[in-house]
Design a protein around this ligand. Structure first.
Ligand SMILES: Nc1ncnc2c1ncn2[C@@H]1O[C@H](COP(=O)(O)OP(=O)(O)OP(=O)(O)O)[C@@H](O)[C@H]1O
Length: 220
């Protein structure tokens, strides 16, 4: 099996500040990886680099063993769900937010039914009446789970997750763990939550943009 994502001695500098220094790691399909470290250590920047949002000053990022370039970044974006700390859902109601990507030609034929919307909400421990709520007025943890629900409805296989369990109660957190126990889903995440770290196969410590620790769990 070939790697899904590979960082090879990646350096990122923005506004004359070195954000990532000499980062190398490999993520295979189905693996779950987590970056942890102090605030400002560069964790979110790793996720942004995968999406081509930060330019490399040295090194290479590979997606499916092809170098990530401004031209090829669209490929990785199309199969990735990025769930930031406070996702912008981009529609007035939660229902419209969930259905938003299905307006576009690429997904029109896979528009979910009401039954499928309800199923995905239940899977994530979200109440069904959230569908009619204003998507700006739900909590941060709910927004993240709605963004996750949208990724699942779209059949995304790669998830870039920024602190998705930190705001959750035990039941909602378990629901998120259950979703990502799927061996078909690959995860690159940022987290402090010890329970999340425990469930990942690879744990990377970051300090001032450098990898300081790399730990692997044999069988998550
Ligand atoms: N586009 C940018 N231009 C300049 N500096 C940036 C840029 N993006 C990030 N930084 C800086 O890079 C460092 C790492 O930021 P990053 O958001 O990756 O940290 P983090 O570990 O995710 O922090 P937190 O846990 O607080 O979210 C910070 O000092 C930040 O100010």
């Amino acid at each position: 099996m070939s790697p899904l994502i590979r960082f090879d001695q990646v350096f990122v500098t923005a506004h004359e500040k070195t954000i990532l220094s000499d980062i190398s790691f490999t993520l295979f399909p189905g693996q779950k990886a987590v970056f942890y470290g102090k605030s400002g250590s560069g964790k979110s920047s790793v996720l942004k680099t995968v999406l081509g949002l930060l330019p490399l000053t040295r090194g290479r990022v590979y997606f499916q063993e092809k170098p990530l370039t401004p031209a090829s970044v669209q490929t990785i974006r199309s199969c990735t769900a990025y769930i930031g700390q406070e996702p912008i859902l981009g529609a007035e109601t939660v229902r419209d937010a969930l259905l938003l990507p299905f307006q576009f030609k690429a997904h029109r034929e896979h528009r979910p039914t009401d039954r499928q919307l309800i199923e995905v909400l239940q899977r994530l421990q979200l109440p069904v009446d959230i569908l009619s709520q204003n998507s700006n007025r739900i909590s941060g943890g709910e927004k993240q789970r709605i963004a996750l629900a949208r990724g699942l409805l779209l059949g995304k296989k790669l998830y870039l997750l920024d602190e998705v369990t930190s705001a959750l109660d035990a039941e909602s957190k378990q629901a998120v763990f259950d979703v990502f126990s799927d061996p078909d889903l690959t995860v690159l995440s940022v987290a402090h939550d010890p329970e999340w770290l425990e469930r990942c196969d690879m744990i990377f410590g970051l300090e001032a943009g450098r990898l300081t620790q790399e730990k692997r769990h044999e069988n998550p």
